[in-house]
Design a protein around this ligand. Structure first.
Ligand SMILES: [Fe+2]
Length: 321
């Protein structure tokens, strides 16, 4: 079993205690997304002679009232109390892909936990302009690497009987657009990974920033090759798909001949939620092997503005089978 919890040794890491295959205790996976750290520290005016100008104005007029560090801090504390086996973060850690935002996001990840315990994929805001991702992603590299230590997509991290598959849909795009795409190479490699993991009968959890099903977000925010992605899922299977980007909770399913695959998104991690459906939440997934199948349940932890704390929105809901 591949598990690294060498840092923060005093933090409990349930997966380290897993028993032999087939007798594992529940794997508890936490999923959060879109903290959108914002900082212009150290920038110069030319840094904004591009799409960042629109993003900056959007922040000043609108978004700065929706996102708050205190919400993220409360989430980190609540996550640690829940003691998940692993944490997945599905992108948009930065708002404009600026250097100090990358640094703040790296600090956030360090406070969440060690790289072996936290898996990250990028979102469209992390590649806001062409140079942003190239300059910034080294700061997060240990969180983005697969078990082979290579930082390429898709990557695989296996923890017990659960295989996390990280994808990147982060591509710079024109102002007003927030689209993403996987591309043929990534889709082809994803086919191979899903197929191989399916043969090994591990629980396949796919991490992707953009919602991969039609109708969750508008045309200008869509995943351009969502049909091709769904065809790969239908052809090769998966147990769970987790995404961000929409900034509200959503749950849909991809129908396959072998059953349906849940596709679940969460609101932005830092959102105060002036509109309640957009208030910060993260999800906890309880994953249990049952004979030849998987039982997956989800519990939503939601931010309470008055208490500055998170609590259960409802109880455990069964997603699979
Ligand atoms: Fe976002």
């Amino acid at each position: 079993m591949v598990v690294k919890c060498e840092e923060n040794r005093n933090r409990k890491c349930r997966v380290e205690k897993t028993a032999a295959p087939g007798k594992n205790p529940p794997f508890l996976l936490a999923h959060l997304s879109d903290p959108h750290f914002f900082s212009t520290a150290g920038t110069r005016l030319p840094d904004f002679f591009n799409k960042r100008l629109y993003g900056y104005l959007s922040w000043r007029w609108h978004r700065r009232h929706e996102h708050g560090d205190k919400v993220v801090q409360a989430m980190i504390e609540d996550l640690h109390r829940q003691q998940p086996s692993h944490i997945a973060v599905t992108g948009d850690l930065t708002h404009l892909g600026l250097p100090d935002e990358y640094r703040r996001a790296a600090e956030f990840l360090r406070r969440l936990g060690p790289p072996g315990w936290v898996t990250v994929i990028p979102g469209n805001h992390d590649a806001y302009v062409r140079s942003a991702w190239e300059k910034g992603h080294d700061l997060w590299a240990p969180y983005l690497a697969g078990d082979d230590d290579l930082a390429s997509f898709p990557f695989i991290r296996q923890r017990g009987d659960v295989c996390l598959i990280g994808l990147s849909t982060a591509r710079p795009c024109l102002p007003y657009l927030a689209t993403g795409s996987l591309g043929k190479d990534q889709l082809r490699r994803l086919e191979l990974i899903l197929s191989e993991c399916g043969v090994r009968k591990v629980c396949r959890v796919v991490l992707i920033h953009h919602p991969p099903v039609a109708g969750v977000v508008s045309w200008r925010k869509r995943l351009t090759d969502h049909r091709e992605f769904c065809e790969v899922l239908q052809g090769h299977g998966a147990e769970l798909v987790l995404h961000g980007h929409a900034h509200f909770a959503s749950c849909s399913f991809v129908e396959t001949s072998a059953g349906r695959i849940p596709v679940v998104g969460v609101p932005a991690a830092s959102a105060f939620g002036r509109r309640s459906e957009r208030r910060s939440e993260y999800n906890l997934y309880r994953i249990v092997r049952e004979s030849q199948t998987w039982r997956i349940s989800v519990k939503r932890r939601r931010y309470d503005v008055d208490k500055n704390d998170f609590s259960n929105r409802d109880g455990w809901q069964t997603l699979l089978p």
